[in-house]
Design a protein around this ligand. Structure first.
Ligand code: NDP
Length: 335
């Protein structure tokens, strides 16, 4: 069983040398356990935070252990009556080829239907990133028909789902993404009303001017994935009583400073800003997954994936994602 461990913690930027490829024996199954063969690993920005030994909402990734993370695959062997070999499952098996799972632990291993939704999408649009978009939009932004909703990192796993959910609620969806190809995908494939390439703008004022054209009635809801200059630009266009769901600040994950230049706008525009962690809201998952599954099944949400080939490719693909080299949900195909 090939595995990737966290070998040492990053000093500043994360690097491939922080990880180590290890080969381990797969343990014998005990009663109630299931052996899962992973097809895809999910690479997610939150993993960067856990590589640090810092106080956060989740414990740090332990050194010398398999990198934790979401997985989809199939049951290879089972000593649990609820799981049969061949069942397609989503779990949290980590960066390795196989995982042994206690089938009795509630919610840890979930059987999924791949008739209408491809297995890999359970790590993206119909999985944790999709639910993240749903929670921030529905529970924090609480959009009303006709309002303008902006999302940063719009072509990514969370951002793409956000667009489809906002359109389904009759909103104007405006994306911000890096580069012309991503922007074209956001409007042409994902159905956003407009998308702005932030890389064409040197500062928040210039980006904010472009946003004025894309959002002529101002911004009612902002779903923030990035932080820094992009956030400043949107803050300058927020309408009074606008709402900001603070989901992520990836521009600062490798330790870069991300100052907030206009905090006074929170006051003068009477904005609501709420951070959230999706795993603390398990109550919304069934409802959110239902809607996301329907959007994907009916072709209203066409998520894109970047797939790295082989477990060994995981560290480089992960570091690339932190720099925006992914285009859509970043996965690793294990077998
Ligand atoms: P994405 O698929 O969106 O991939 C990350 C993207 O971030 C890149 O493709 C890149 O897009 C963009 N990016 C990277 N660096 C920068 C930068 N310096 N400035 C601007 N954009 C940058 O990842 P996810 O959809 O999985 O995650 C999106 C966000 O949601 C992350 O911040 C993540 O931490 C957060 N998140 C939060 C959760 C929660 O519970 N709060 C749960 C899940 C995710 P581009 O090329 O367009 O710049």
């Amino acid at each position: 069983n090939k595995q990737i461990h966290l070998d040492n913690r990053p000093q500043g930027e994360a690097a491939a040398s922080n990880f180590k490829l290890v080969t381990a024996q797969t343990p014998e199954l005990k009663d109630g356990e299931v052996l899962v063969r992973h097809h895809f690993l999910s690479l997610d920005p939150y993993m960067r935070g856990r590589m640090n030994d810092a106080k956060s909402y989740a414990a740090p990734q332990p050194l010398g252990q398999v990198m934790q993370g979401g997985t989809v695959g199939e049951v290879a062997e089972s000593r649990h009556p609820k799981f049969q070999p061949g069942d397609k499952v989503v779990g949290f098996g980590g960066w390795q080829e196989y995982s042994v799972v206690d089938g009795n632990q509630p919610g840890v291993l979930r059987r999924v239907d791949t008739a209408h939704v491809p297995l890999s999408h359970y790590l993206g649009a119909v999985g944790m990133p999709g639910v993240t978009a749903w929670y921030g939009l529905v529970r924090i932004i609480e959009p009303k028909e006709g309002q303008t909703i902006v999302v940063s990192a719009a072509s990514g796993a969370v951002g793409s789902a956000l667009g489809a959910l906002a359109k389904a609620r009759g909103c104007r969806a405006v994306g911000i993404a890096g580069g012309p190809d991503k922007c074209r995908y956001v409007t042409e494939e994902l159905g956003f009303d407009a998308c702005i390439d932030y890389k064409q703008h040197k500062d928040a004022h210039s980006l904010s001017k472009a946003l004025k054209e894309a959002a002529p009635k101002g911004v009612d809801g902002y779903f923030e994935n990035v932080g820094g200059m992009v956030m400043d630009a949107v803050m300058l266009r927020m309408n009074a009583f606008g709402r900001i769901a603070l989901c992520g600040m990836i521009a600062g994950y490798d330790g870069q400073p991300i100052p907030m230049t206009y905090p006074q706008l929170l006051l003068t525009n009477r904005l609501l800003l709420q951070g959230f962690i999706v795993s603390e809201h398990m109550d919304v998952w069934p409802q959110a997954l239902q809607e996301l599954g329907t959007l994907v099944g009916t072709g209203k949400l066409r998520p894109r994936e970047s797939v790295a080939d082989g477990l060994e490719a995981a560290p480089e693909a992960f570091l690339g994602m932190l720099k925006g080299r992914n285009f859509g949900k970043q996965l690793v195909k294990v077998s």
